[in-house]
Design a protein around this ligand. Structure first.
Ligand code: SAH
Ligand code: SF4
Ligand code: F3S
Length: 472
C-alpha cells in the first residue's frame, strides 16, 4: 500500500512539472496573440462529474487559461454523462455546433471526457463523425489533462486516452472551487452494485475509497480557506471504507469530519438503502453538523421490480428503514430517485411505487423514465408495458410527488431557521437565496455582503418548493 502511495505522489509531481512547462508555453502564445487565452467548461451529469470538472478547471487555470462562459473559447472541455440516452444526445447536438467556432479559430482545442467516453462505441462514433475533437479521455485519468494537452500540442490528430479501470487515486492536484464557502469532497469513486438498469459501474469502475486521513486533510485545508459546508460524495457512501486496508465505516468517517473545527455543515450523497446502517442513523441523530437531509433513492416501490433491478431490498425493507429514520430524526427531510417504466413494471407494480410515495411523503423526488443502456442486464429484458402506458404512469407519479412535496415542504412555515446564504436570487437580484439544513431554499431581502454567511430567517410564506422569508 505504501508503495502505491509513492507511485501516486510521483504521478502528482510529474503532472505538476508538466503544468509548469505548459504554462511557459501558453504564456508565449498569449504574447504572440496579444490577448489572454480562454477556456469554457461544460459539465453534464451528477455531483461526481461536477467535482471532476472543478479539478479540470483547476488544471486549466494553473496553466494560464482564463474562464469564459462562451463556448467560443480557446479551449473547450465537455465533461459528459451517459446515465440516460438523452444525456448522450445533448452532447452530440452541442458537438455539431462547435464546428463553426473551430473554423473561425483553428487553434481552438476541443476536449471530451467523462462517463460517455468510457463507452467504446461512443469513441468510435466521435472518431468517425466529429473529427474536429482534439482530445478524448475518460473518468479514470482526469488528473492527466495537462499531459494530454501537451501531447496534442506536440502531435497531429486526435489524442485518445481511455483507461478501462484504475486502482490509482492521485491526491494533491489543483481544483477550482465554484463557491468560496461550500465544496464537494470525493470520499470514494466507482460503484460495485450493478443495478441492472445502470451504466455507472461500467463507466466509473469498481469502488475505491480514499483514506480517511486524506479526506480529513482536504477538508481541514478547505475550512482554512473559508469553506464551512462540505458535501461528501460517492455513488454509495454507505459502503465507504469497507475495502480499505484498515476498514472504517461511513458513520465513523462522519464522526471524524464532525470534529473539524470551523466546519459548520456536513452533507453527503448518495445513500443506497441496502447499506444504510443503524450506526449512521444514530450518528446523524446526535450530530449538530450533519444536515437534516437524506437522499435515499427508492427507484421502485415494487418488490418484484426491485428484485429485477438488483437493488437488494424489498418494499417493506424500504418502508421500515424510512420509519426508523423518521423516528430517530423527526425533522429529517427525505428525497429520492424513482424510475418509471422499468421493462418488467406492470400497472400493479407501478401502484406499489405510488403507495410508497404516499406513505413516505418525500420532500422531493427526481423521477425518470427508464432509459435502456446497452451493455446493462436490463437492456435485453422485454417490456411488458407500452410507451403510452409508461408516459401516463410518469405523469401520474409526477402529479402525486409534486402535490405531496408542496405540503411536506411547507411544514416549517412561520418558523425561524438558519440558512447559509448562497448567492443572489437568480430571478430577483434584490433578494438573497439561502439554504436550510434540510436543503430547502429561502429567498429573502438582503445585502450581497451576506453571501457565505449563516443567517436566521423567518419563513414567512411557503411557495411549494421554496420559502419567501425575512431576516430576523
Ligand atoms: N448511485 C446513485 C445513483 C446514480 S444515477 C444511487 O444508487 O442512488 C442517478 C439516478 O439516475 C438513479 O438513482 C436512477 O434513478 C437514475 N437512473 C440510472 N440509470 C437509469 C436508467 N437507465 N434509466 C433511467 N434512470 C436511470
Ligand atoms: Fe447505479 Fe446502482 Fe451504482 Fe447507483 S448503486 S450508481 S444506481 S449501479
Ligand atoms: Fe452521469 Fe457518470 Fe454521474 S453517467 S450520473 S456523470 S457517474
Amino acid at each position: 500500500m505504501r508503495v502505491e502511495q509513492n507511485v501516486n505522489e510521483l504521478e502528482a509531481m510529474r503532472q505538476h512539472e508538466i503544468m509548469e512547462r505548459l504554462k511557459v508555453r501558453l504564456d508565449k502564445k498569449k504574447q504572440e496573440l496579444g490577448r489572454p487565452l480562454t477556456y469554457c467548461s461544460v459539465c453534464f451529469g451528477c455531483q461526481m462529474n461536477a467535482k471532476d470538472s472543478e479539478k479540470l478547471e483547476g488544471i486549466l487555470e494553473k496553466i494560464g487559461y482564463e474562464r469564459t462562459e462562451s463556448e467560443e473559447a480557446d479551449f473547450l472541455i465537455m465533461n459528459t454523462c451517459t446515465v440516460r440516452e438523452n444525456a448522450n444526445l445533448r452532447v452530440y447536438g452541442r458537438l455539431g455546433q462547435l464546428k463553426k467556432y473551430k473554423k473561425k479559430n483553428p487553434d481552438m482545442m476541443i476536449a471530451l471526457c467523462g462517463c460517455m467516453m468510457q463507452e467504446s462505441l461512443v469513441v468510435e462514433k466521435i472518431k468517425q463523425s466529429y473529427r474536429h475533437v482534439d482530445i478524448i479521455f475518460g473518468t479514470h485519468n482526469v488528473f492527466k489533462l495537462a499531459e494530454l494537452i501537451e501531447n496534442k500540442l506536440d502531435n497531429d490528430g486526435m489524442i485518445i486516452d481511455i483507461w478501462e479501470g484504475t486502482t490509482e487515486i492521485v491526491e494533491d492536484l489543483p481544483s477550482d472551487r465554484k463557491y468560496d464557502f461550500k465544496c464537494g469532497v470525493n470520499i470514494m469513486y466507482g460503484c460495485n452494485n450493478f443495478c441492472t438498469y445502470c451504466i455507472v459501474p461500467y463507466v466509473r469502475g469498481r469502488e475505491r475509497s480514499r483514506k480517511p486521513e486524506d479526506i480529513i486533510k482536504e477538508i481541514k485545508s478547505l475550512v482554512a480557506d473559508g469553506v464551512s459546508e462540505v458535501m461528501l460524495l460517492g455513488q454509495n457512501v454507505n459502503s465507504y471504507g469497507k475495502n480499505l486496508e484498515e476498514p472504517i465505516s461511513f458513520a465513523t468517517l462522519l464522526q471524524q469530519v464532525e470534529q473539524i473545527e470551523g466546519l459548520k455543515r456536513i452533507r453527503f450523497m448518495t445513500s443506497h438503502p441496502k447499506d444504510l446502517s443503524d450506526e449512521l442513523i444514530e450518528v446523524m441523530a446526535n450530530s449538530t453538523k450533519i444536515c437534516k437531509h437524506l437522499h435515499l433513492p427508492m427507484q421502485s416501490g415494487s418488490t418484484k421490480v426491485l428484485n429485477d433491478m438488483n437493488r437488494r431490498y424489498t418494499k417493506e425493507d424500504y418502508l421500515k428503514l424510512v420509519e426508523k429514520i423518521k423516528t430517530a430524526i423527526p425533522d429529517i427531510s427525505l428525497t429520492t430517485d424513482i424510475i418509471v417504466g422499468f421493462p418488467t413494471e406492470t400497472e400493479e407494480d407501478f401502484m406499489d411505487t405510488i403507495d410508497v410515495v404516499k406513505k413516505v411523503r418525500f420532500d422531493s423526488a427526481f423521477t425518470f423514465i427508464y432509459s435502456k443502456r446497452t451493455g446493462t442486464p436490463a437492456a435485453t429484458m422485454e417490456f411488458v408495458a407500452s410507451e403510452e402506458e409508461i408516459k401516463d404512469r410518469f405523469n401520474r407519479l409526477l402529479e402525486e410527488v409534486q402535490e405531496i412535496a408542496k405540503e411536506t415542504c411547507s411544514k416549517d412555515e412561520g418558523k425561524i431557521m438558519e440558512v447559509l446564504v448562497e448567492g443572489l436570487d437568480e430571478q430577483d437580484e434584490s433578494l438573497l437565496t439561502g439554504r436550510l439544513s434540510n436543503n430547502i431554499l429561502v429567498h429573502f431581502p438582503g445585502e450581497a455582503s451576506l453571501i457565505g454567511m449563516y443567517q436566521n430567517v423567518k419563513l414567512k410564506e411557503s411557495k411549494g418548493f421554496y420559502y419567501i422569508g425575512e431576516m430576523v
